[in-house]
Design a protein around this ligand. Structure first.
Ligand SMILES: Cc1cc2nc3c(=O)[nH]c(=O)nc-3n(C[C@H](O)[C@H](O)[C@H](O)COP(=O)(O)O)c2cc1C
Length: 164
C-alpha cells in the first residue's frame, strides 16, 4: 500500500485480455493544459483511434509502454475519457510518457501497448487533487511494469528497432 491508500501494484501477474492492446497514431494537439496547468505533459491520440481501436475498452486510466518514432520504449500512463474535471465534450485518449523530453512531439508517430486498467476517471475538488492522483498513477505504472510478463512486452515486434 502507499500513503494515498491506493495499492502500488495493479493488474494481474500477466496482462489479461484484451491486453496487450497495441495501437499507433500521429500525436495531435490537445487543449494544451497538460503541460501548462498540470505540469504533466500528455500526447493526445488522434480521434479515429479513440473512436475505433479504443472504442471497446472502458473509459478510465491505464498503464503500459510507449514509443515515439523509433525511440526508446518507455513506461506510460494514459487516460481515456471525458476529463470530468475539465468537462470535455469529446472522449479523448491522452498518454503521459514517464520520461523527461526536451520538446513536444506533435506530428510524430506514437506506438502504445496498453497493458492494464488502473482506475476510473474522476472529478476533483481541486487541480492539486487531480495532479496528486495522476502522480500516484505514475508510481503505480512504474511499479506494476517491473513484473516480468510486463517487461517482456517491450520486446514485442510491434515496437520499432532502430536501424543500426
Ligand atoms: C494518467 C492520467 C490520469 C488522468 N485522470 C483524470 C481524471 O481522473 N479526471 C480528469 O478529469 N482528468 C484526468 N486526466 C486528464 C487530464 O485532465 C488531462 O490530461 C488534462 O486535461 C490535459 O489535457 P490536454 O492536454 O488536452 O489539455 C488524466 C490524465 C492522465 C495522463
Amino acid at each position: 500500500m502507499s500513503c494515498s491508500g491506493r495499492p502500488l501494484i495493479v493488474g494481474s501477474e500477466t496482462p489479461e485480455r484484451p491486453f496487450p492492446l497495441f495501437v499507433q497514431g500521429t500525436v495531435v494537439k490537445g487543449f494544451g493544459r497538460g503541460s501548462k496547468q498540470l505540469g504533466i505533459p500528455t500526447a493526445n491520440l488522434p480521434s479515429d483511434i479513440v473512436e475505433h481501436a479504443l472504442n471497446d475498452i472502458h473509459i478510465g486510466v491505464y498503464y503500459g509502454w510507449a514509443q515515439v518514432d523509433d525511440g526508446e520504449v518507455l513506461p506510460m500512463v494514459m487516460s481515456l475519457g471525458w476529463n470530468p474535471f475539465f468537462k470535455n465534450e469529446k472522449r479523448s485518449g491522452e498518454v503521459h510518457i514517464i520520461h523527461k523530453f526536451g520538446e513536444d512531439f506533435y506530428g510524430q508517430n506514437l506506438r502504445i501497448a496498453i497493458l492494464a486498467y488502473v482506475r476510473a476517471e474522476k472529478d476533483y475538488e481541486s487541480l492539486e487533487a487531480l495532479v496528486d492522483d495522476i502522480n500516484m498513477d505514475i508510481s503505480v505504472a512504474v511499479e506494476s511494469l517491473k513484473r516480468e510478463a510486463y517487461v517482456r512486452v517491450k520486446d514485442a515486434p510491434f515496437f520499432v528497432t532502430k536501424a543500426k
